[in-house]
Design a binder for this molecule. Structure first.
Ligand code: PXP
Length: 254
Protein backbone atom coordinates (compact mmCIF):
# COMPACT_ATOMS: atom_id res chain seq x y z
CA UNK A 1 0.00 0.00 0.00
CA UNK A 2 1.52 3.34 -1.01
CA UNK A 3 2.07 6.24 1.35
CA UNK A 4 0.94 9.82 0.82
CA UNK A 5 3.16 12.80 0.09
CA UNK A 6 1.39 16.15 0.18
CA UNK A 7 2.26 18.87 -2.31
CA UNK A 8 1.58 22.23 -0.64
CA UNK A 9 2.39 24.53 -3.58
CA UNK A 10 -1.18 25.76 -3.76
CA UNK A 11 -1.15 27.03 -0.21
CA UNK A 12 1.59 29.34 -1.47
CA UNK A 13 -0.43 30.09 -4.63
CA UNK A 14 -3.19 31.47 -2.43
CA UNK A 15 -0.73 33.50 -0.37
CA UNK A 16 0.95 34.96 -3.45
CA UNK A 17 -2.45 36.01 -4.82
CA UNK A 18 -2.56 38.64 -2.09
CA UNK A 19 0.90 38.97 -0.55
CA UNK A 20 3.36 39.19 -3.39
CA UNK A 21 5.60 41.41 -1.27
CA UNK A 22 5.25 39.35 1.89
CA UNK A 23 8.91 39.76 2.70
CA UNK A 24 7.94 43.31 3.78
CA UNK A 25 7.15 42.20 7.31
CA UNK A 26 3.42 41.57 6.95
CA UNK A 27 2.19 38.25 8.30
CA UNK A 28 1.02 36.63 5.08
CA UNK A 29 -1.70 34.02 4.95
CA UNK A 30 -2.23 31.21 4.49
CA UNK A 31 1.00 30.09 6.12
CA UNK A 32 2.88 27.46 4.17
CA UNK A 33 4.81 26.24 7.20
CA UNK A 34 1.56 25.90 9.13
CA UNK A 35 0.17 23.80 6.28
CA UNK A 36 3.24 21.57 6.45
CA UNK A 37 2.85 21.20 10.21
CA UNK A 38 -0.86 20.31 9.96
CA UNK A 39 -0.11 17.78 7.22
CA UNK A 40 2.68 16.22 9.28
CA UNK A 41 0.35 15.94 12.25
CA UNK A 42 -2.36 14.41 10.05
CA UNK A 43 0.10 11.69 9.09
CA UNK A 44 1.46 12.43 5.62
CA UNK A 45 4.75 10.70 4.90
CA UNK A 46 6.43 13.64 3.17
CA UNK A 47 5.95 17.22 2.06
CA UNK A 48 6.54 18.25 -1.54
CA UNK A 49 7.18 21.76 -2.78
CA UNK A 50 8.07 22.89 -6.27
CA UNK A 51 10.50 25.80 -6.28
CA UNK A 52 9.76 27.11 -9.75
CA UNK A 53 12.20 29.32 -11.59
CA UNK A 54 9.55 32.06 -11.80
CA UNK A 55 8.82 31.70 -8.02
CA UNK A 56 5.10 31.88 -8.74
CA UNK A 57 4.18 30.11 -5.50
CA UNK A 58 6.84 28.54 -3.28
CA UNK A 59 9.74 30.85 -2.33
CA UNK A 60 13.22 30.03 -1.07
CA UNK A 61 12.20 31.11 2.44
CA UNK A 62 9.44 28.46 2.44
CA UNK A 63 11.87 25.72 1.52
CA UNK A 64 14.33 26.87 4.17
CA UNK A 65 11.68 26.94 6.88
CA UNK A 66 10.14 23.59 5.95
CA UNK A 67 13.49 21.84 5.78
CA UNK A 68 14.34 23.22 9.22
CA UNK A 69 11.06 22.72 11.04
CA UNK A 70 9.44 19.59 9.65
CA UNK A 71 10.63 16.17 10.71
CA UNK A 72 9.13 14.20 7.83
CA UNK A 73 11.09 14.14 4.55
CA UNK A 74 10.98 17.12 2.20
CA UNK A 75 10.73 16.36 -1.50
CA UNK A 76 11.90 19.36 -3.51
CA UNK A 77 10.65 19.48 -7.08
CA UNK A 78 12.87 21.49 -9.38
CA UNK A 79 14.12 21.97 -12.89
CA UNK A 80 17.44 20.25 -13.59
CA UNK A 81 19.40 23.48 -13.96
CA UNK A 82 22.75 24.51 -12.48
CA UNK A 83 21.10 27.30 -10.44
CA UNK A 84 18.48 24.98 -8.97
CA UNK A 85 21.08 22.31 -8.23
CA UNK A 86 23.04 24.89 -6.21
CA UNK A 87 19.85 25.76 -4.31
CA UNK A 88 19.13 22.09 -3.58
CA UNK A 89 22.66 21.60 -2.26
CA UNK A 90 22.04 24.51 0.13
CA UNK A 91 18.63 23.28 1.31
CA UNK A 92 19.64 19.58 1.47
CA UNK A 93 16.12 18.11 1.20
CA UNK A 94 15.85 14.34 1.64
CA UNK A 95 14.71 14.04 -1.94
CA UNK A 96 14.81 16.06 -5.15
CA UNK A 97 12.37 15.36 -7.94
CA UNK A 98 13.62 16.57 -11.31
CA UNK A 99 10.77 17.96 -13.38
CA UNK A 100 10.51 19.70 -16.73
CA UNK A 101 9.64 23.35 -16.46
CA UNK A 102 8.14 25.83 -18.82
CA UNK A 103 7.27 29.33 -17.67
CA UNK A 104 4.05 29.46 -19.70
CA UNK A 105 2.54 26.28 -18.29
CA UNK A 106 -0.16 26.41 -15.59
CA UNK A 107 1.23 23.21 -14.07
CA UNK A 108 3.82 20.57 -15.00
CA UNK A 109 2.45 19.29 -18.28
CA UNK A 110 4.51 16.23 -19.12
CA UNK A 111 7.31 14.05 -17.86
CA UNK A 112 10.98 14.94 -18.03
CA UNK A 113 12.61 13.98 -21.34
CA UNK A 114 15.42 11.96 -19.77
CA UNK A 115 16.32 9.66 -22.67
CA UNK A 116 17.62 12.44 -24.90
CA UNK A 117 19.48 14.30 -22.14
CA UNK A 118 21.41 11.54 -20.36
CA UNK A 119 24.86 13.14 -19.98
CA UNK A 120 23.62 16.48 -18.59
CA UNK A 121 21.11 14.89 -16.21
CA UNK A 122 23.66 12.36 -15.00
CA UNK A 123 25.88 15.22 -13.85
CA UNK A 124 23.01 16.82 -11.93
CA UNK A 125 22.12 13.50 -10.30
CA UNK A 126 25.75 12.85 -9.33
CA UNK A 127 26.04 16.23 -7.59
CA UNK A 128 22.84 15.66 -5.62
CA UNK A 129 23.62 12.04 -4.80
CA UNK A 130 27.05 13.00 -3.52
CA UNK A 131 25.25 15.28 -1.04
CA UNK A 132 23.14 12.25 0.03
CA UNK A 133 20.00 13.61 -1.61
CA UNK A 134 17.81 10.93 -3.14
CA UNK A 135 16.95 11.82 -6.73
CA UNK A 136 13.67 11.12 -8.44
CA UNK A 137 12.88 11.67 -12.12
CA UNK A 138 9.34 12.72 -12.97
CA UNK A 139 8.69 10.82 -16.19
CA UNK A 140 5.93 9.65 -18.44
CA UNK A 141 5.04 5.98 -18.01
CA UNK A 142 7.32 4.99 -20.85
CA UNK A 143 9.80 2.10 -20.70
CA UNK A 144 12.41 4.13 -22.56
CA UNK A 145 12.20 6.90 -19.95
CA UNK A 146 12.35 4.37 -17.11
CA UNK A 147 15.55 2.92 -18.58
CA UNK A 148 16.95 6.42 -19.01
CA UNK A 149 16.14 7.36 -15.40
CA UNK A 150 18.07 4.29 -14.30
CA UNK A 151 21.00 5.25 -16.54
CA UNK A 152 21.32 8.75 -15.06
CA UNK A 153 21.51 7.21 -11.59
CA UNK A 154 18.11 8.26 -10.22
CA UNK A 155 16.97 6.05 -7.34
CA UNK A 156 13.30 6.88 -7.82
CA UNK A 157 10.92 7.45 -10.71
CA UNK A 158 7.72 9.40 -10.28
CA UNK A 159 5.25 8.36 -12.94
CA UNK A 160 3.25 11.26 -14.37
CA UNK A 161 -0.41 10.36 -13.88
CA UNK A 162 -1.82 13.37 -15.77
CA UNK A 163 -2.92 11.46 -18.86
CA UNK A 164 -4.65 8.86 -16.68
CA UNK A 165 -6.35 11.60 -14.65
CA UNK A 166 -7.52 13.44 -17.75
CA UNK A 167 -8.74 10.38 -19.68
CA UNK A 168 -12.40 10.84 -20.56
CA UNK A 169 -13.26 7.28 -21.62
CA UNK A 170 -12.91 3.95 -19.83
CA UNK A 171 -10.87 2.64 -22.76
CA UNK A 172 -8.38 5.51 -22.56
CA UNK A 173 -8.13 5.17 -18.79
CA UNK A 174 -7.54 1.42 -18.97
CA UNK A 175 -4.89 1.92 -21.62
CA UNK A 176 -3.09 4.34 -19.31
CA UNK A 177 -3.40 2.01 -16.32
CA UNK A 178 -1.86 -0.80 -18.36
CA UNK A 179 0.98 1.50 -19.49
CA UNK A 180 1.62 2.56 -15.90
CA UNK A 181 1.53 -1.05 -14.75
CA UNK A 182 4.24 -1.99 -17.26
CA UNK A 183 6.38 1.04 -16.43
CA UNK A 184 6.10 0.43 -12.68
CA UNK A 185 6.99 -3.26 -13.06
CA UNK A 186 10.00 -2.41 -15.21
CA UNK A 187 11.21 0.29 -12.81
CA UNK A 188 10.88 -2.12 -9.91
CA UNK A 189 12.88 -4.77 -11.78
CA UNK A 190 15.65 -2.21 -12.25
CA UNK A 191 15.66 -1.53 -8.51
CA UNK A 192 14.01 1.89 -8.79
CA UNK A 193 11.49 3.07 -6.26
CA UNK A 194 8.17 3.92 -7.89
CA UNK A 195 6.22 7.04 -6.99
CA UNK A 196 3.34 8.58 -8.91
CA UNK A 197 1.49 11.84 -9.06
CA UNK A 198 -0.24 14.64 -10.87
CA UNK A 199 -3.99 14.98 -11.15
CA UNK A 200 -4.73 12.20 -8.68
CA UNK A 201 -7.85 12.94 -6.64
CA UNK A 202 -10.40 11.36 -4.32
CA UNK A 203 -12.28 9.87 -7.27
CA UNK A 204 -9.44 8.26 -9.23
CA UNK A 205 -6.80 7.27 -6.70
CA UNK A 206 -8.22 3.86 -5.72
CA UNK A 207 -8.41 2.57 -9.25
CA UNK A 208 -4.83 3.65 -9.87
CA UNK A 209 -3.55 1.89 -6.76
CA UNK A 210 -5.44 -1.27 -7.58
CA UNK A 211 -4.02 -1.50 -11.08
CA UNK A 212 -0.44 -0.29 -10.72
CA UNK A 213 2.04 -2.43 -8.75
CA UNK A 214 5.01 -1.48 -6.57
CA UNK A 215 3.82 2.02 -5.68
CA UNK A 216 5.81 3.61 -2.88
CA UNK A 217 4.54 7.21 -2.58
CA UNK A 218 1.65 9.08 -4.18
CA UNK A 219 2.38 12.80 -4.38
CA UNK A 220 -0.92 14.66 -4.39
CA UNK A 221 -1.56 18.38 -4.11
CA UNK A 222 -4.37 20.18 -5.86
CA UNK A 223 -7.28 17.95 -4.92
CA UNK A 224 -6.33 17.80 -1.23
CA UNK A 225 -5.78 21.55 -0.96
CA UNK A 226 -9.10 22.12 -2.76
CA UNK A 227 -10.93 19.80 -0.39
CA UNK A 228 -9.24 21.54 2.53
CA UNK A 229 -11.06 24.77 1.66
CA UNK A 230 -14.26 23.07 2.80
CA UNK A 231 -13.23 20.59 5.48
CA UNK A 232 -9.83 21.83 6.66
CA UNK A 233 -6.42 20.45 5.75
CA UNK A 234 -6.21 17.88 8.52
CA UNK A 235 -9.46 16.22 7.49
CA UNK A 236 -8.72 16.49 3.77
CA UNK A 237 -5.43 14.64 4.34
CA UNK A 238 -7.07 12.01 6.53
CA UNK A 239 -9.77 11.35 3.94
CA UNK A 240 -7.15 10.79 1.26
CA UNK A 241 -5.09 8.54 3.53
CA UNK A 242 -8.20 6.52 4.33
CA UNK A 243 -8.89 6.07 0.63
CA UNK A 244 -5.32 5.05 -0.09
CA UNK A 245 -5.26 2.59 2.77
CA UNK A 246 -8.91 1.62 2.35
CA UNK A 247 -9.12 1.21 6.07
CA UNK A 248 -9.86 3.48 8.99
CA UNK A 249 -7.06 5.95 9.81
CA UNK A 250 -4.87 4.92 12.70
CA UNK A 251 -6.12 6.66 15.85
CA UNK A 252 -2.68 7.67 17.14
CA UNK A 253 -2.09 10.18 14.33
CA UNK A 254 -4.86 12.44 15.64
N1 PXP B 1 4.13 15.36 -8.73
C1 PXP B 1 4.74 16.28 -9.51
C2 PXP B 1 6.10 15.98 -10.02
C3 PXP B 1 4.11 17.52 -9.80
O1 PXP B 1 4.74 18.42 -10.57
C4 PXP B 1 2.85 17.77 -9.25
C5 PXP B 1 2.16 19.06 -9.53
O2 PXP B 1 2.87 20.13 -9.04
C6 PXP B 1 2.27 16.79 -8.43
C7 PXP B 1 2.92 15.58 -8.20
C8 PXP B 1 0.95 16.99 -7.77
O3 PXP B 1 -0.04 17.17 -8.74
P1 PXP B 1 -1.48 17.63 -8.29
O4 PXP B 1 -1.36 18.99 -7.69
O5 PXP B 1 -2.25 17.61 -9.57
O6 PXP B 1 -1.97 16.62 -7.29
Amino acid sequence: MPILGLNIDHVATLREARYRDWKSGLAPEPSVIEAARVAEHAGVASITVHLREDRRHIQEADVRLISREISIPLNLEMAATAAMTRQALRFKPEEVCLVPENRQEVTTEGGLEVASDIARLKTVVQKLTRAKIKVSAFIDADLKQVDAAHRIGAQVVELHTGVYANATTIKARNKELARHGRAAAHAHELGLRVNAGHGLHYGNVREYIEDVPHLHTLNIGHSIISRAVFVGLHQAVREMMTLIRSQQPSPNAD
